[in-house]
Design a protein. Structure first.
Length: 151
Protein backbone atom coordinates (compact mmCIF):
# COMPACT_ATOMS: atom_id res chain seq x y z
CA UNK A 1 0.00 0.00 0.00
CA UNK A 2 2.82 2.44 0.60
CA UNK A 3 3.76 2.30 -3.09
CA UNK A 4 0.25 3.59 -4.02
CA UNK A 5 0.67 6.57 -1.72
CA UNK A 6 3.99 7.46 -3.35
CA UNK A 7 2.41 7.39 -6.82
CA UNK A 8 -0.55 9.54 -5.76
CA UNK A 9 1.85 12.19 -4.35
CA UNK A 10 3.79 12.34 -7.62
CA UNK A 11 0.59 12.41 -9.70
CA UNK A 12 -0.82 15.18 -7.50
CA UNK A 13 2.38 17.19 -7.90
CA UNK A 14 2.36 16.80 -11.71
CA UNK A 15 -1.32 17.79 -11.93
CA UNK A 16 -0.67 20.86 -9.76
CA UNK A 17 2.23 21.91 -12.00
CA UNK A 18 0.09 21.42 -15.11
CA UNK A 19 -2.81 23.49 -13.81
CA UNK A 20 -0.42 26.22 -12.61
CA UNK A 21 1.26 26.32 -16.02
CA UNK A 22 -2.10 26.68 -17.77
CA UNK A 23 -3.16 29.51 -15.47
CA UNK A 24 0.10 31.42 -15.91
CA UNK A 25 -0.04 30.97 -19.70
CA UNK A 26 -3.62 32.26 -19.79
CA UNK A 27 -2.68 35.30 -17.73
CA UNK A 28 0.28 36.10 -19.99
CA UNK A 29 -1.86 35.86 -23.13
CA UNK A 30 -4.56 38.09 -21.63
CA UNK A 31 -2.01 40.64 -20.42
CA UNK A 32 -0.32 40.73 -23.84
CA UNK A 33 -3.52 41.90 -25.52
CA UNK A 34 -4.09 44.49 -22.81
CA UNK A 35 -0.58 45.91 -23.24
CA UNK A 36 -1.03 46.19 -27.02
CA UNK A 37 -4.35 48.04 -26.55
CA UNK A 38 -2.73 50.42 -24.08
CA UNK A 39 0.18 51.09 -26.45
CA UNK A 40 -2.21 51.90 -29.30
CA UNK A 41 -4.19 54.28 -27.06
CA UNK A 42 -0.95 55.96 -25.94
CA UNK A 43 0.23 56.44 -29.53
CA UNK A 44 -3.17 57.88 -30.51
CA UNK A 45 -3.16 60.39 -27.63
CA UNK A 46 0.43 61.46 -28.25
CA UNK A 47 -0.28 61.99 -31.95
CA UNK A 48 -3.30 64.15 -31.04
CA UNK A 49 -1.13 66.36 -28.81
CA UNK A 50 1.60 66.65 -31.45
CA UNK A 51 -1.03 67.43 -34.10
CA UNK A 52 -2.62 70.14 -31.96
CA UNK A 53 0.77 71.79 -31.36
CA UNK A 54 1.57 71.74 -35.06
CA UNK A 55 -1.94 72.92 -35.98
CA UNK A 56 -1.33 75.96 -33.77
CA UNK A 57 1.93 76.65 -35.61
CA UNK A 58 0.24 76.43 -39.02
CA UNK A 59 -2.52 78.80 -37.87
CA UNK A 60 0.05 81.19 -36.38
CA UNK A 61 2.06 81.29 -39.62
CA UNK A 62 -1.14 82.08 -41.51
CA UNK A 63 -2.12 84.88 -39.10
CA UNK A 64 1.35 86.43 -39.06
CA UNK A 65 1.51 86.32 -42.86
CA UNK A 66 -1.68 88.35 -43.07
CA UNK A 67 -0.56 91.12 -40.69
CA UNK A 68 0.19 94.33 -42.62
CA UNK A 69 1.63 93.66 -46.04
CA UNK A 70 1.63 89.90 -46.69
CA UNK A 71 5.08 88.43 -46.18
CA UNK A 72 6.90 85.11 -46.17
CA UNK A 73 6.68 83.41 -42.78
CA UNK A 74 8.60 80.40 -41.51
CA UNK A 75 7.77 78.75 -38.20
CA UNK A 76 10.14 76.07 -36.93
CA UNK A 77 9.06 73.36 -34.51
CA UNK A 78 11.02 70.44 -33.12
CA UNK A 79 8.75 67.46 -32.57
CA UNK A 80 9.58 64.10 -31.00
CA UNK A 81 11.07 61.66 -33.52
CA UNK A 82 9.06 58.78 -32.04
CA UNK A 83 5.92 58.32 -30.03
CA UNK A 84 5.73 55.32 -27.69
CA UNK A 85 8.63 53.74 -29.58
CA UNK A 86 7.16 54.07 -33.08
CA UNK A 87 7.88 56.50 -35.90
CA UNK A 88 5.20 58.63 -37.51
CA UNK A 89 4.63 60.93 -40.47
CA UNK A 90 2.63 64.12 -40.94
CA UNK A 91 0.58 65.33 -43.92
CA UNK A 92 -1.08 68.70 -44.38
CA UNK A 93 -4.11 68.32 -46.65
CA UNK A 94 -7.23 70.12 -47.76
CA UNK A 95 -10.29 67.95 -47.34
CA UNK A 96 -13.41 69.52 -48.80
CA UNK A 97 -12.25 73.07 -48.10
CA UNK A 98 -11.07 72.29 -44.57
CA UNK A 99 -7.37 72.16 -43.74
CA UNK A 100 -6.30 69.09 -41.77
CA UNK A 101 -3.16 67.54 -40.40
CA UNK A 102 -3.06 63.76 -40.70
CA UNK A 103 -0.56 62.03 -38.42
CA UNK A 104 0.13 58.35 -39.14
CA UNK A 105 2.10 55.94 -36.96
CA UNK A 106 3.69 52.78 -38.31
CA UNK A 107 3.40 50.19 -35.58
CA UNK A 108 0.77 50.01 -34.22
CA UNK A 109 -1.05 51.36 -37.24
CA UNK A 110 -2.75 54.53 -35.96
CA UNK A 111 -4.00 57.58 -37.88
CA UNK A 112 -5.14 60.83 -36.24
CA UNK A 113 -6.71 63.83 -38.00
CA UNK A 114 -6.48 67.32 -36.50
CA UNK A 115 -8.31 70.35 -37.97
CA UNK A 116 -6.33 73.49 -38.83
CA UNK A 117 -7.88 76.97 -38.67
CA UNK A 118 -6.81 79.13 -41.63
CA UNK A 119 -7.92 82.38 -43.24
CA UNK A 120 -10.44 82.02 -46.04
CA UNK A 121 -7.97 83.18 -48.68
CA UNK A 122 -5.22 80.74 -47.64
CA UNK A 123 -4.74 77.63 -49.73
CA UNK A 124 -3.27 74.40 -48.39
CA UNK A 125 -0.57 72.87 -50.55
CA UNK A 126 -0.69 69.13 -49.93
CA UNK A 127 2.62 68.53 -48.21
CA UNK A 128 4.18 66.22 -45.72
CA UNK A 129 7.06 65.65 -43.36
CA UNK A 130 8.56 63.07 -41.11
CA UNK A 131 8.94 63.53 -37.38
CA UNK A 132 11.65 65.76 -35.95
CA UNK A 133 12.39 69.29 -37.14
CA UNK A 134 9.41 70.77 -39.02
CA UNK A 135 9.14 74.06 -40.91
CA UNK A 136 5.71 75.58 -41.51
CA UNK A 137 5.82 78.01 -44.44
CA UNK A 138 3.37 80.72 -45.44
CA UNK A 139 4.02 82.13 -48.91
CA UNK A 140 1.94 85.15 -49.87
CA UNK A 141 0.84 85.63 -53.40
CA UNK A 142 -1.96 84.52 -55.56
CA UNK A 143 -3.01 82.40 -53.74
CA UNK A 144 -1.62 82.62 -50.22
CA UNK A 145 -0.21 79.15 -49.56
CA UNK A 146 0.77 77.22 -46.46
CA UNK A 147 2.98 74.08 -46.43
CA UNK A 148 4.93 71.88 -44.02
CA UNK A 149 8.29 70.23 -44.62
CA UNK A 150 11.24 68.82 -42.71
CA UNK A 151 13.79 71.43 -41.87
Amino acid sequence: MTSDRGVSTVVGYVVTLGVTSLLVTGLLIAAGGYVQDQREATVREELKVIGQRLSGDVSAADRIGHVGAPSDVRVRRTLPTETAGTTYSIRLTDSGGAARLVLSADSPSVEVTVPVALSEDTVVADSGAGAGDIVVSFDPGSPNEVTIANG
